[in-house]
Design a binder for this molecule. Sequence first.
Ligand SMILES: [Cu+2]
Length: 321
Amino acid sequence: MHENRNMKIFSTGSALLLAAGLVFTAQQATAKTVKVHMVAKETEIAIDNKGTKYPAWTFDGTVPGQVVRVTEGDVVDFELVNPKENKNSHSIDFHAAEVDVLGEFAPVKPGETKHFKFTAKRAGVWMYHCGAPTMAQHIARGMYGVIIVDPKEGYSKKFPKPDREYVLVQGQYFPNAEDKAAMIENRGWAGALINGKMFHYDPVHDPDASLVLQAKPGERVRIYFVNANINMPVAFHAIAGIWDRVYLNGNPENALEDMATYNVAVSEAVIADIVSPADRPTNNAIVDHTMSAAMRGAITVLMNKPDADADAGKGDNILPR
Ligand SMILES: [Cu+2]
């Protein structure tokens, strides 16, 4: 009798342990290790559509740097190379990482390489940037980007699957790339950069612009927006539209609905969804409603038209260059 009862307890416990083991194994199986490699490049880039050159500091030669995209729970296996030809130390600060500012995020001298791993434990959209001193200058000169950590639960009623996705990163343009004090004190900035260029996707205000964002009427367009300004918040607004959802920090748990304008703090990242009328072609202008930024570059045209490019805003095309 006694023995039997013990046997029963033992076998129930084993079953529980086995079940826990299976769940653990399933989670281990879905979590991936994602290798991310970046090279700090001090190089000239074009800061407008006609090709005006600017002595930028970049990740991999582009502003913003590559879009890093992982799923909640994944391990990011990261390497930053600072080639010996560079004149400055550089670093990386992933807002999605919970590590040591004096360790993983410490500056890397020219000729050195930094390698570390972190687990992307929290879903959302996060800025990354160089944090080497003087940080204001390293960010102003172009060392920033976005890491998207997709929720492991996937899509739901609360977080619907988008039809198109676009990354927009706003920055401030300081023509005098050497004047660190001006950057810190917010003096002398002459333009607003969207993905590295003033009026990047706005042929209405800049005849040299050749790109726009596009979607079909009625589609859900998901914007991953990062404020990489040095000192200015962004009044994020879609002219002739309403944000159907705004997810603070890009987390499905932090949903706002029916928003005209959302104020994005410096370094903040959000998801903003817009759904255009399905019954006719329309256009939106996605702007920083702060006029000093809008009129100097922070306007992006979204065309909602039946013949929208089938590949636009999908897969690797979420950041048009
Ligand atoms: Cu740097």
